[in-house]
Ligand binder design. Structure first.
Ligand code: FPP
Length: 241
């Protein structure tokens, strides 16, 4: 069963894979409710889905994966859930370091420092830094992330002399995703049809794929379906293609 995805691999055109895939992981709470479990149990199951997608990413040779783990709006959730999410993120990351290093994966956080305790921030950054010698796939964890805030923070970094030379092609160097290609594909689970403040600048020409599947049920087969769908699109970037 778990290996079923292998049968689907030949359907992918390996020369036309997206370089960067962004994922809005949604539906953990609904999944937990359906299984009569607390919401945090759903998040824990959701973290397993991240592992599946990362494993497939390595197998396919994807270059960048970005997971929307915690938004600047998520602070509005009940305190227990917020605390649980922060704890889960740190624990999972620590646990996964050996595997991430074995797979040559570079992990980094993209997001704001606002509202985060300095000690916690330093801890998770130090854990991620243990992968910074790696040269393979880049995994961005969008954490305390908000697209509008990212753009505002970028503007604050500008020096007066930067402004005249600013254009759509170079503004990205001031964003948290500096140096990375824009996402070719953005996936959202659980059927909602919104970007929810995710990679607002970078998603200008992204293909969007929405699946009804709740995030904890999302795995390699679902990821391949998203990639198949992506490969069926005709990307025109505003031209006639
Ligand atoms: C959305 O589901 C999910 C989140 C806000 C959190 C996602 C975080 C994880 C899967 C764990 C992070 C761990 C690592 C290692 C990066 P929801 O709670 O909004 O679901 P609902 O819409 O059904 O309530």
């Amino acid at each position: 069963m778990a290996k079923d995805y292998k049968k689907l691999l030949p359907s992918l055109d390996m020369s036309r894979l997206p370089r960067h895939v962004g994922i809005i992981m949604d539906g953990n709470g609904r999944w937990a409710k359906q299984h009569s479990r607390p919401r945090l149990y759903g998040h824990r199951e959701g973290a397993k889905s991240i592992r599946q997608v990362v494993e497939l990413g390595v197998e396919l040779g994807l270059k960048y994966l970005t997971f929307y783990a915690f938004s600047t709006e998520n602070w509005n959730r009940p305190e227990d859930e917020v605390k649980g999410l922060l704890k889960l993120l740190k624990e999972k990351l620590i646990k996964e370091i050996p595997e991430l290093n074995e797979q040559n994966i570079y992990v980094q956080f993209i997001g704001s420092e606002i509202n985060l305790e300095a000690e916690y921030l330093a801890e998770i950054r130090a854990v991620a830094a243990k992968t910074h010698q790696n040269t393979g796939m880049v995994v961005n964890i969008a954490f305390n992330y908000g697209g509008r805030l990212e753009i505002i923070e970028a503007i604050k970094k500008l020096k007066p002399e930067d402004v005249n030379s600013l254009g759509p092609d170079n503004f990205g160097q001031y964003l948290w995703t500096k140096g990375q290609p824009d996402p070719d594909l953005i996936i959202r689970s659980s059927g909602e049809k919104r970007l929810s403040n995710f990679l607002l600048w970078q998603s200008a020409y992204s293909e969007i794929y929405i699946t009804e599947t709740l995030w904890p049920d999302f795995g390699k087969v679902e990821m391949i379906k998203a990639l198949q769908d992506y490969q069926s699109r005709n990307r025109r970037y505003g031209g006639l293609g």
